[in-house]
Design a protein around this ligand. Structure first.
Ligand SMILES: [Zn+2]
Length: 369
């Protein structure tokens, strides 16, 4: 009843999934012979993918912890120099031991957190730790416990699994994330990139930039998001296995054989629940005023329960008429007119075009309508 972080919380992705599970069980058990389709709006919680889902976002270009030959040599040279310098220092007499270190200059930049040494770094995904019964594990502060695990789900074109990590027997990078360059090269070698980049070679692929940046330096801003070859991240992003990752909600419903449809953004007229809210709000406003929270809660629940089934069916039919009008190529104003005109119809009757013309309802709005 009271949404907010320190109140009753929000309806999260986990709750959306739990609700879908309950709803799927009801429809599948009660009407097993029907095909069930759930319609959801475009809320981000409905589109949330699992934390471990395959995504090119954040993937490094090279093997995790990769050290180039040049860097290895530079480091070895530096270590040798330091060793010699230390020897020289030991031979010199120190005049003033215990001199305090110079104070940092005012306005000096705060020091960055030291990076992990390359041998410890690996690209992993943080996921919620689970208890044995599958529920999310929380720490003593009530925050979900996170564990790191390997990203999975990549597949070659023929459906075989592509391991995103090098084998544990690898002499130098055992168990390390392969990086976008190697993942793409493995696909190129098998001919999986032939239809998007027929002429790409091992060399030209290795020279491709990791990701495009916008003029103001924003990461992963390709000038043409439909391009398949501007950068490695875009190339992976558009690969079928990366693009077809299902949302948690879709996966949950699919496991019951229930299809999910997402409504387009900013089209409440296609969503029957909006009309149910409208009905319930009208009923709520007719209830006597009260300052007591329990009264208000009771009123709200009664108002929600008051929407009659036959009205719900009408709301669904109205949305269907709108959808039908859009499918026939009508614009917003024309569709609104047609939905009023053909109240009670499932869709638009065959004479709708003649009626539209006779009423003078043109595309692009009609001031007299
Ligand atoms: Zn790009």
């Amino acid at each position: 009843m009271r949404p907010g972080k320190n109140k009753d919380g929000y309806f999260t992705g986990v709750e959306v999934e739990d609700q879908a599970t309950a709803a799927c069980s009801i429809v599948v058990n009660n009407w097993p012979d029907f095909e069930h389709i759930f319609v959801y709006d475009n809320a981000s919680t409905h589109h949330k993918r699992s934390e471990a889902a395959l995504t090119a976002r954040g993937m490094p270009q090279k093997i995790s912890g990769f050290v180039s030959e040049a860097t290895k040599k530079r480091k070895a040279d530096m270590a040798a120099k330091q060793a010699t310098a230390a020897e020289d220092l030991n031979e010199m007499e120190v005049d003033e031991p215990g001199l305090p270190a110079p104070a940092p200059e005012v306005g000096e930049k705060k020091k960055r957190k030291p990076r992990k040494p390359p041998e410890e770094s690996n690209f992993l995904v943080k996921v919620n730790a689970r208890n044995l019964d599958g529920s999310v594990r929380f720490d003593e502060h009530g925050n979900p416990v996170k564990v790191e695990e390997r990203m999975t789900g990549a597949r070659f074109k023929d459906g075989t699994v592509q391991d995103l990590y090098l084998p544990d027997s690898h002499p130098e990078y055992a168990g390390k994330f392969k990086g976008m360059a190697m993942i793409l090269e493995e696909r190129r070698e098998r001919g999986d990139l032939r239809d998007i980049a027929p002429s790409i070679t091992k060399e030209s692929l290795s020279k491709l930039r990791a990701e495009c940046k916008s003029a103001d330096g924003k990461a992963f801003k390709c000038s043409d998001p439909k391009s398949h070859t501007c950068c490695m991240r875009r190339m992976l992003f558009n690969q079928p296995d990366f693009a077809e990752v299902k949302s948690c909600l879709e996966s949950t419903c699919l496991s019951f054989g229930v299809t999910v449809l997402f409504l387009p953004r900013f089209h409440p007229e296609l969503n029957p629940i909006e009309m149910c809210w409208g009905y319930a709000k009208r009923v709520y406003r007719l209830k006597p005023e009260s300052g007591r929270e329990d009264d208000l809660e009771k009123n709200a629940l009664e108002a929600l329960d008051s929407v009659p089934l036959h009205s719900i069916r009408k709301f669904v039919q109205r949305c269907g008429r709108f959808a039908d009008a859009y499918c026939k190529g009508l614009d917003g104003a024309q569709a609104a007119w047609a939905c009023r005109k053909y109240k009670g119809h499932r869709g638009l009757p065959p004479e709708y075009l003649a009626d539209l013309k006779a009423a003078g309802i043109r595309a692009g709005g009609n001031p007299e309508a």
